[in-house]
Design a protein around this ligand. Structure first.
Ligand code: AMP
Ligand code: MN
Ligand code: MN
Ligand code: MN
Length: 301
């Protein structure tokens, strides 16, 4: 006789839909997550929660738990950093006012990107990018898809380095939200703030420590230790930071769609054993969760 061992719920707490720069609709995303064995999925679109109502309906039909999330664009000490909010009340006015401001900046930046690309000999980029965007935000990803489709770059990996990053023709420097504002909006909406893919910023150890300290000081609760964009070494390194600073640990694929064939919903390495998962206390209040994280700190910082 063989018995199937009980499996832990599978959490994927970072994903994108067509409401931002993903290619699956919220319904398709939720259905794919369910097919991949995900039990708890957070939809965390860039600077919008527009996909949440549809995702909720799909999750109820598919029998998985949907966590209302968002990924807020932040500028911290000149670096672009992403702060994920988990378990947010999408009707919160402070959160929605902050996100609306970011979307206004995105819209302006999109026009400016198109002007610069036009000067570089690529006309029609605004309409071109908009044709790839189904939601209310315009992302560099939409410009990237347009540029690849028009043959200006070979693929999505190459196009960013060629056109869309610093000192490239389509790059527009700019100011996203302040770190403390992003964390405050998420907390006002009853959510937990998480530093997304912390290893991806390639910050020096000194700068990363400063970011984590500033994040903690304004009420940030967790670090995304496991991410689709983290190497095994990154996971171990970020787990150490989480422990040292008494932060909870999150995990998410950062899935954007099946075109990213190397990445799949729910297909994540486990959190290192001595991390306290961000979901440790998801039935309790945000305040008691924060206290628990504090109690788990190795050193008081
Ligand atoms: P934005 O927030 O509009 O500046 O766009 C950032 C998005 O572009 C990220 O969320 C990624 O989805 C995507 N992205 C950034 N850099 C790259 C890259 N090198 N390759 C592929 N996608 C990228
Ligand atoms: Mn993205
Ligand atoms: Mn991100
Ligand atoms: Mn993301």
């Amino acid at each position: 006789m063989s018995t199937t061992p009980p499996t832990l719920p599978l959490y994927d707490l970072h994903s994108h839909s067509t409401a931002s720069d993903g290619t699956l609709s919220p319904t398709e995303l939720v259905q794919r997550a369910q097919a991949q064995g995900v039990d708890v999925l957070a939809l965390t679109d860039h600077d919008t929660t527009d996909g949440i109502p549809e995702a909720r309906r799909a999750a109820a039909a598919a029998g998985l738990r949907l966590v209302a999330g968002v990924e807020v664009s932040v500028t911290w000490n000149g670096a672009t950093v992403h702060i994920v909010g988990l378990g947010v009340d999408v009707d919160n006015a402070a959160l929605q006012a902050g996100l609306a401001e970011l979307r206004r900046f995105r819209a302006w930046r999109g026009e400016e990107m198109a002007r610069r690309l036009d000067k570089a000999g690529i006309p029609g980029a605004l309409a071109g990018a908009q044709a790839f965007s189904q939601g209310e935000i315009l992302s560099r990803t939409h410009f990237a898809r347009f540029l690849v489709a028009e043959g200006h770059a070979k693929n999505m990996q190459k196009v960013f380095g060629k056109f869309l990053t610093q000192n490239r023709p389509g790059h527009v420097p700019g100011q996203w939200a302040a770190l403390e504002d992003a964390v405050a909006w998420i907390r006002a909406a009853g959510g937990q703030a998480v530093i997304a893919h912390p290893a991806r910023y390639r910050l020096s150890a000194t700068r990363l420590r400063a970011l984590i300290e500033a994040f903690k000081a304004c009420g940030g609760e967790a670090l995304e230790v496991v991410s689709g964009s983290h190497s095994a070494g990154d996971v171990q390194g970020m787990a150490q930071y989480a422990r040292r600073y008494g932060l909870l640990a999150s995990q998410g694929s950062d899935y954007h769609g099946p075109e990213q064939s190397w990445l799949e919903l729910g297909r994540l390495p486990p959190l290192p054993a001595d991390c306290i998962p961000v979901w440790v206390d998801w039935t309790a209040t945000s305040a008691s969760r924060a206290q628990k994280a504090e109690a788990g700190a190795e050193i008081d910082t």
